[in-house]
Design a protein around this ligand. Structure first.
Ligand code: BES
Ligand code: MN
Length: 455
């Protein structure tokens, strides 16, 4: 083990350079214009699998973006880990707020800045290099490894979900390793055992059949932006509860043990508010911040468009307004049922002066992984060794839509060994990843393989 760790240490700078090449490929999954970049990135990943010593490396084309697979199965009798990662990234807008080019990685104050530096290229890269180091130093691995990277995580993982329906044999494993979550705080090794789900909707409001002069028509015809704003304002009541019917039906209450665990994490509302430069936090009455983030559902308006938004003034009474609304869901809320209730809610409050259309974009169910699996124990020990501290267990407010499918289809627990921080600005301008976490992540990934073999 020591030799492997030393090898990782010695090669850190070279790995960082390779990570930069990975990041330079602008693999933005949601943009149709970037399809060729997705193919290029899948090729890059396949090459990485090969240099990590994987066999049967294969790029699977899908209706969306390619999946990349590779395996090394020469430890019969030892566990098999499926290491999952996503090579797609989020768009970079608003580009003006980036200090430097999002796809030209910049190292400053101990961090690497770029889109994907953390989510998820930086995080999945540690596993590639830990496996590679094991192979280079010892000529083998302590356990069996399957790698599977996809290019659609940021848009809902539809192709991987399809793939999982028919490829259970290929992907058969004892646990699924995922590094795509946050640590509780800097230098606090963390295992995440729960994720919120996500339901993403669009609401479009149409008033008149065309844009109108706001002098000739204003006051006599509905304004779709105003009507939409009124409807949005009805989504929460005065206690911060979501007003959609049956929304909280089936919401699972956390156990006493869980609540005690949350308390032990000593979350500071004050520090949190200060960091975000808000005077006060806001949310559902009667719940702590960690409960609001991890075990209670939420609803957010992600964007709203309509009318004239350029510089200057134009007098217009627009025909249309549109908003994108997402809901973070918790066990055992049913995304499909909630999507229906959501549409019903808008229909019921939409005034006759406009037409309101509701569309479902995508959804992923919430996930809770078991806390006592060999994979979790191995990861918990590995993190503790790499960071020199006891591992804490948290849930997460964000989503990784494929986790539930993985656990159901492969009948194996997910192990979420995140290396990011909530302050790393993922999905935002100036996304970054701490070099210290990159380094300790490399060690954690290597220790994990060793620990898993001992379980
Ligand atoms: N890595 C994130 C999940 C995450 C979010 C972890 C926040 C820790 C903190 C993942 O890549 C992600 O962004 N998921 C999307 C899923 C969605 C687009 C289907 C999310 O949560 O918005
Ligand atoms: Mn993401």
């Amino acid at each position: 083990m020591e030799k492997v760790i030393n090898y990782l240490k010695d090669n850190f700078d070279a790995y960082l350079d390779e990570l930069k090449d990975y990041i330079r490929i602008p693999s933005i999954s949601t943009l149709d214009t970037h399809k060729d970049k997705m193919v290029e990135c899948a090729d890059y990943v396949a090459k990485q699998f090969e240099s990590a010593g994987m066999e049967k490396v294969k790029i699977f084309p899908t209706k969306g973006h390619p999946l990349v697979y590779g395996e090394w199965l020469k430890q019969p009798g030892k566990p098999t880990v499926l290491i999952y990662g996503h090579y797609d990234v989020q768009p970079v807008d608003p580009i003006d707020l980036w200090v430097s080019d999002p796809f030209e990685p910049r190292i400053a104050d101990g961090k690497i800045y770029a889109r994907g530096a953390n989510d998820n290229k930086g995080q999945n890269f540690v596993h590639l290099k830990a496996v590679e180091a094991f192979m280079k130093v010892t000529g083998s691995l302590p356990v069996n490894v399957k790698f599977l990277f996809e290019g659609e995580e940021e848009i809902g993982s539809a192709s991987l979900a399809e793939f999982l329906k028919t490829e259970q044999e290929l992907l058969k494993c004892d646990c699924i390793m995922i590094s795509d979550t946050s640590m509780y705080a800097p230098n606090v090794p963390t295992i995440t055992y729960g994720l919120r789900g996500l339901l993403y909707m669009e609401v479009e409001v149409t008033a008149a059949n065309r844009d109108l002069h706001s002098g000739s028509f204003g006051g006599a015809v509905a304004n779709p932006i105003i009507e939409l704003a009124k409807m949005i304002s009805k989504l929460h009541d005065k206690n911060g509860k979501i007003a959609i019917q049956n929304f909280y039906k089936n919401v699972q209450v956390p156990t006493k043990k869980e609540k005690d665990n949350f308390k032990k994490l000593k979350f500071s509302d004050k520090a949190y508010a200060k960091d975000l430069a808000v005077k006060e936090l806001q949310g559902e009455k009667g719940f702590s911040t960690l409960e609001r983030l991890w075990v209670r559902p939420s609803l957010d308006c992600n964007g709203i468009i309509g009318g004239f938004t350029e510089k200057g003034a134009k007098t217009v009474l627009p025909s249309k307004a549109m908003t994108k609304i997402s809901m973070r869901l918790v066990p055992n809320q049913d995304p499909e049922k909630i999507a229906k209730e959501f549409a019903k809610f808008f229909k019921s409050i939409s005034p006759k002066s406009v037409t309101t259309e509701v569309r479902k974009l995508h959804f992923g169910p919430p996930a809770v992984a078991p806390l006592d699996s060999p994979g979790i124990n191995a990861a918990s020990n590995a993190l503790a060794k790499a960071f020199g501290k006891k591992t804490v267990f948290t849930r997460e407010g964000g989503s990784i839509p494929i986790v539930v499918d993985f656990m159901r289809q492969l009948k194996a627990p997910a192990v979420m060994m995140g290396l990011g921080l909530d302050s790393d600005d993922i999905h935002s301008p100036n996304e970054h990843f701490r070099l210290e976490n990159f380094e300790k992540g490399l060690y954690s990934a290597a220790y994990f393989l060793d620990e898993l073999a001992k379980q």
